[in-house]
Design a protein. Structure first.
Length: 143
């Protein structure tokens, strides 16, 4: 964990990547809730670095992204209507992912500007549901 709670901001993205690199993490999963402004925008998306800048960002990160996407979709969470395709969003502009030397993804659980998703993401039960699915996906990736 790079943050103890939701107060303030965490370390700079280069330090977040360095934390996973120093730890020799088998998987780095950055968990977020999006704030897109598109009317009606909702759903999760899983971001990975593309084009890959090292071997860990290639097949391992893509497999981690697909595993996470499949778990979230399998749990009934809707894929994004506003970014990426089929719940996956390859990006070349996110330093936290680009600087990682470990398999790394970012999970945007939903859009906080969508009232229904914000309600789920703001509730203890909703956050626990996401946590359970994300943890199970990580375990599946590791096995």
């Amino acid at each position: 964990m790079t943050r103890p709670d939701d107060n303030g901001s965490g370390p700079c993205v280069n330090e977040r990547a360095a934390t996973g690199n120093r730890a020799g993490a088998t998987a780095v999963v950055s968990i977020h809730a999006d704030g897109a402004t598109s009317p009606g925008a909702h759903g999760f998306h899983v971001i990975y670095s593309n084009p890959p800048l090292n071997a860990a960002q290639g097949e391992p990160s893509q497999r981690l992204a697909r595993t996470m996407r499949d778990a979230l979709r399998g749990a009934g969470f809707a894929t994004s209507t506003y970014i990426g395709a089929d719940g996956l969003s390859p990006r070349d502009d996110l330093a936290g992912l680009n600087l990682s030397e470990r398999p790394a993804i970012m999970v945007e659980c939903g859009n906080m500007r969508d009232a229904a998703e914000a309600a789920v993401l703001s509730s203890p039960a909703g956050r626990q549901r996401y946590a359970d699915v994300i943890a199970a996906a990580i375990m599946k990736y590791l096995s």
